[in-house]
Write a protein of this length. Structure first.
Length: 168
C-alpha cells in the first residue's frame, strides 16, 4: 500500500484523501478536482459561514422542493422528485443505491458503493457522508461522516471527483 506524502501513513490505492491527516493524495491518473485544483478551504470549516439568510430560510416550506442533481460538466439531470431518503453511490453485485453513478463514470471517479445519503426533514434536504473512502465535498468543503449538512439550490456536491449541482 502507498504512503501519504504528508504524514507517511498508509492509504488504500485510489483514495483521494488521507484517512489519517485528511490531506489530498497524489493521483496517478491525474484526476482533476473542481476547476482542476485542490479545494482551498480548510476541511473542517463550515461551508455555510458567511451565507446570507433568505426569506426561504425562515421556516420549513409548505411543500417539499423538487430535488434534481445536474452532472457537471455534462449538464445531464438526475430527477429525484421529493423522496425522503436517497442513497447515492455506485452499483455493485448485491448492492444497488437509489442513485447509481456508475453510468456517469462513478467507478473511475472514486464514487463509493454507498457514498452519501440525502434526507428530507421538515421540508428541507440534507446530505450526509456515509464514510466514503474518497469523501463527500459540499461547495469544496469536506463533510464529516454522520453529520447532516443542509442543501440549497446551486450547491456543488463532489463524490470522489464526480461533481453535481443541486437544483431545488
Amino acid at each position: 500500500m502507498p504512503n501519504c506524502p504528508h504524514c507517511f501513513d498508509e492509504y488504500i490505492a485510489g483514495a483521494l484523501y488521507c484517512d489519517n491527516c485528511g490531506r489530498r493524495l497524489p493521483q496517478p491518473t491525474g484526476s482533476p478536482s473542481i476547476g482542476g485544483r485542490a479545494p482551498t478551504q480548510a476541511p473542517d470549516s463550515d461551508p455555510r459561514v458567511g451565507r446570507e439568510a433568505t426569506t426561504s430560510d425562515s421556516g420549513p416550506p409548505d411543500k417539499p422542493p423538487h430535488l434534481r442533481l445536474q452532472l457537471i460538466p455534462s449538464a445531464f439531470i438526475l430527477d429525484l422528485d421529493s423522496r425522503e431518503r436517497i442513497i447515492i453511490g455506485r452499483k455493485d453485485p448485491g448492492q444497488t443505491p437509489d442513485v447509481d453513478l456508475t453510468p456517469y463514470g462513478g467507478i473511475e471517479q472514486g464514487v463509493s458503493r454507498q457514498h452519501a445519503m440525502i434526507t428530507l426533514r421538515q421540508g428541507r434536504y440534507y446530505i450526509e457522508d456515509l464514510k466514503a473512502i474518497n469523501e463527500t465535498l459540499l461547495n469544496s468543503s469536506r463533510l464529516f461522516p454522520g453529520q447532516l449538512y443542509r442543501l440549497r439550490n446551486g450547491d456543488l456536491l463532489q463524490f470522489g471527483t464526480l461533481v453535481v449541482k443541486v437544483l431545488l
